[in-house]
Design a protein around this ligand. Structure first.
Ligand code: FES
Length: 148
């Protein structure tokens, strides 16, 4: 039996698995992801982490392009409010996320496909929980583009 046939025969073959891009700032959220890994905390492989120097570096195009190219969701994970290593990067990221949410909603796309979360370097368990929550949210929304 080929690998494809095995996958199609699997009872989970019909389960939608979203692809999620998660921009993590190198100082806090990426360290939290590292900690979650070191603690062997499970979180869904749906989440593809992209390390950035600061969430302030994530611009509107970084949020829109993955959606255009088929990602089901794009999230940003930054330092806790007031703790950005570059002072206000996470606040700027939050404004951009809000702007993109309004933009995609106007285009008929669910705004929950884009969002921001905050995790400090010591928040490994919370980071893993964020990944599980985001994945569940996007699983419930279904694919961004229909297969038709
Ligand atoms: Fe973490 Fe700016 S350095 S959000």
């Amino acid at each position: 039996m080929t690998e494809t046939a095995i996958r199609l025969a699997s009872p989970v073959a019909d389960t939608f698995e979203p692809t999620i891009i998660l921009y993590c700032c190198q100082w806090c959220s990426y360290a939290a992801a590292d900690l979650a890994g070191a603690m062997r905390l499970p979180y869904p492989t749906n989440v593809r982490i992209v390390q950035v120097p600061c969430t302030g570096r994530v611009d509107v195009l970084h949020l829109l392009k993955p959606l255009e190219q088929g990602a089901d969701g794009v999230y940003v994970s930054g330092c806790l409010p007031g703790e950005c290593h570059y002072i206000s990067g996470n606040l700027k990221a939050a404004k951009r996320v809000a702007r993109v949410q309004k933009l995609i909603e106007a285009l008929g796309v669910e705004p929950e496909r884009v969002g921001i979360v905050y995790n400090s370097a010591s928040m490994g368990p919370q980071f893993a929980q964020c990944c599980r929550d985001i994945t569940e949210r996007l699983r419930a929304l279904g694919p961004i583009y229909s297969k038709d």
